[in-house]
Design a protein around this ligand. Structure first.
Ligand SMILES: [Zn+2]
Ligand SMILES: [Zn+2]
Length: 352
């Protein structure tokens, strides 16, 4: 039996053929619409309407190009799945005609009918209808009987074929509704034209990275929003005078503190290796050679350091420890905008 999975080009050409045919039609139609429009404003208005119309040439081209790979992949997967199902389930045996009792012939597979993955269709060699649909396990699948659209009662259906047109009459014996249907069996598949590589390039491939008119609008809109946000951010920074916060390097901080602590009678300020994680934290130590007691010493140095670094981006973390004239503590640097704003508010609140 013929495999469902065909060579890749089969799916690619199928997809591209539809794209090329549709886009050529749209292209011609849109060119004709523009033909006698000379007024540039009117031309622009037409372009705008087309820009918002998902069925217009350009938008169709873009969406066909974007969906191309995925659609082709899905088609291939569907066909490969069919082949796997067929391979897994051999044709059931022993299916007989209800009318003449003869063995029925396997005719074709049905896939995904009423969410049943696979059914085998059998027909009687003497053409006794109806055909039978059989599950892979050999059981017959009984299709639900047709019902009346108006009252839901079971309907009777009669068909006859004339000049290869199938005429069907559906009659409801409950409410009397009669429906007539025609199905032209003289269906001829559309001729498959050859795809030229120029056409494939122009209609199927070149639009892949293009942006639609609406996406362009959105991009402009986002740009304006971002611009506004940047502007607000700038105003906020100016308002809180963030630029006035002194951003000190570790050596600059050390130099500044050195002088301040000496004025208060402390000596030997030293910085340990900084911890650079989310924050930069620098452990420090110094000594108090005076005869102040521990409480007095801690109070003096805490207030000295706080005042010295108040206008900078550095702050004391936790409290300072004192042991036998040796004091230790930690300093933390603030570098993120939102933290600097908080510091700026703090500074402004104290100064102003
Ligand atoms: Zn039969
Ligand atoms: Zn009815």
């Amino acid at each position: 039996m013929e495999k469902h999975r065909k060579p890749d080009y089969f799916y690619i050409d199928n997809y591209d053929r539809w794209t090329i045919r549709t886009l050529k039609e749209l292209e011609a139609k849109e060119a004709a619409e523009m033909q006698d429009v000379d007024d540039p404003i009117k031309r622009f208005a037409i372009e705008v309407v087309r820009g918002a119309d998902s069925m217009a040439y350009r938008n169709t081209a873009i969406s066909r190009a974007r969906n191309r790979q995925e659609t082709i992949r899905e088609w291939i997967m569907t066909d490969e799945h069919k082949d796997r199902l067929i391979e897994k389930h051999p044709v059931p045996k022993g299916v007989t005609c209800d009318l003449c009792g003869k063995a029925m012939r396997f005719n074709t597979h049905f896939f995904d009918v009423q969410s049943i993955p696979l059914l085998f269709v059998f027909e009687c060699p003497a053409n006794h209808g109806p055909r039978k649909a059989i599950y892979p396990n050999g059981q017959e699948h009984v299709f639900p009987k047709p019902t009346c659209k108006k009252c839901g009662y079971e309907v009777a259906r009669e068909s006859h074929n004339q000049n290869n047109i199938l005429y069907t009459t559906t009659t409801c014996s409950m409410c009397g509704t009669v429906e007539k249907d025609e199905l032209d069996l003289n269906f001829e598949p559309e001729e498959e034209f050859m795809i030229t590589e120029e056409d494939r390039q122009k209609y199927c491939l070149s639009f892949f990275k293009e942006r639609t008119f609406m996406e362009d609008l959105e991009a402009i809109n986002n740009f304006v929003i971002r611009f506004d946000e940047d502007q607000k951010d700038k105003e906020l920074k100016e308002h809180y005078e963030i630029d006035k916060i002194e951003r000190l390097t570790i050596p600059a901080l050390e130099t500044r503190l050195q002088k301040a602590i000496e004025n208060e009678g402390f000596i030997k300020l030293g910085f340990d290796r900084p911890e650079m994680k989310t924050w930069t934290v620098v452990p420090f130590n110094l000594q108090d050679p005076t005869d102040r007691n521990d409480k007095k010493s801690i109070k003096t140095i805490t207030s000295c350091i706080k005042q010295t670094i108040f206008t900078t981006n550095w702050r004391l973390v936790g409290s300072i420890d004192y042991r036998l004239g040796f004091l230790t503590g930690k300093l933390k640097a603030y570098e993120r905008e939102e933290d600097l704003i908080k510091l700026a508010i703090e500074i402004k609140g104290n100064v102003g």
